[in-house]
Ligand binder design. Sequence first.
Ligand code: SF4
Ligand code: SF4
Length: 448
Amino acid sequence: MGENMKLPLKPFRSRGGVKAPHRKHTWNNESVVMPPPSEVIICMSQHIGAPCTPVVKAGDEVKVGQTVGDSDAFMSVPMHSSVSGKVKRIETITMPNGSKVPAVRIESDGLMTPYEGIAPPEINSREDFIKAVRDSGVVGLGGAGFPVHVKLSVEKDKVDTLIINAAECEPYITADNREALENSWGVISGIKSVMELMEIDRAIIGVEDNKPHAIKALREVCEAANRDMHGEVCVLPLKARYPQGAEKVLIKVCTNRVVPEGKLPADVGCVVMNIGSIAFVSSYLKTGMPLVTKRITVDGEAVKNPQNVIAPIGTKIKDIIEFCGGYKCEPEKLIFGGPMMGLALPDDEMPLLKQNNAILAFSKREAARLEPSDCIRCGRCASACPMGLTPPLISGYIAQRDVKGMTDSGIMVCMECGCCSFACPANRPIVQNMRMGKGMVRAAARKK
Ligand code: SF4
Ligand code: SF4
């Protein structure tokens, strides 16, 4: 192995970031498997890329793992039924970002009968493997929803490092920590398969150092695996500093490589996969059962029994909350994901999506926001920005709707991590402003 290919002994430095409170209340609670709900809603867009078209119709009988939606687009993955039962109807639902997408509503018969066509995929080549990963329906399970087969579709020899994202830097969320503790052998088996089939020589599992139990469990399986596998794998404890799990930040701290603006991790020789995604790939190769369940953290002061739940994809949020004992008080705010990057939900009727890793129900106290005041030009937002942006400067361009100014000052590299808002003593809604500015730049590009 060349100098640049050695396993790192300690993380490299990265820019910015904030010390967000951890609030990992559920880290030590074993995940609980939820029984099938009375119905599920399988949304046709649970990933970045083209939405699927339903391939079933009202009245059809379906089984667990059966394809209910698909697309010819490369940047897409099929959708599968997570219960057995009958298709009630095809409908349109509104996503948290306001977009409208088709969905398949299925009434469960409570039997969870697996689809007859389920069988482990036959893999004889790298192409077979990539096709199997697409067929499995897996996407980045840490929140991004990027189709995994697209990440793996890189030229041979372009990638030399597999990075497993187990940083889990968002407050409250502990689902990846539970994956590491409850399924460490599944994780390492997935890593071995990807390294062998993709001919990648080293893998680095990045975990924040506030999860010592997960680090220990993963180190044990890595040690055993390194005796008889293609290449080498290690666990790299990272400073618990948000956003260590953001893809570009993770690549920097694990490899000291910087992904240039507009480029992908593969352009610097890396593929990054979430720990849940890699564990799922291992399970799919053994069983052929597509992605039909998701491990999520349910927390927040408004929930009676916060815990990690393994629920059928498409289960309504209100059913998952009910399974966790229901609400302790009226929730002031419902969030899909963590408090830093998650999306606020209008109500609890939304179905669980593949890429969701948490449902947070905040009480009035938790959701309270301080009133914003004038910017005092302290520069803390710029120091906290992992992408090296200067939010007050960009905010000025946003106020003037100056698209060129916004673009030239780098607004499109903003990853909406929220570090700037978190660091701001004046409680300015900086990240919301950034989102709005990015929307203006995109709208201007569309007009052109
Ligand atoms: S939200 Fe954007 S501007 Fe704010 S810290 Fe993150 S990357 Fe920087
Ligand atoms: S941190 Fe807030 S107050 Fe300070 S410069 Fe940035 S926007 Fe202004």
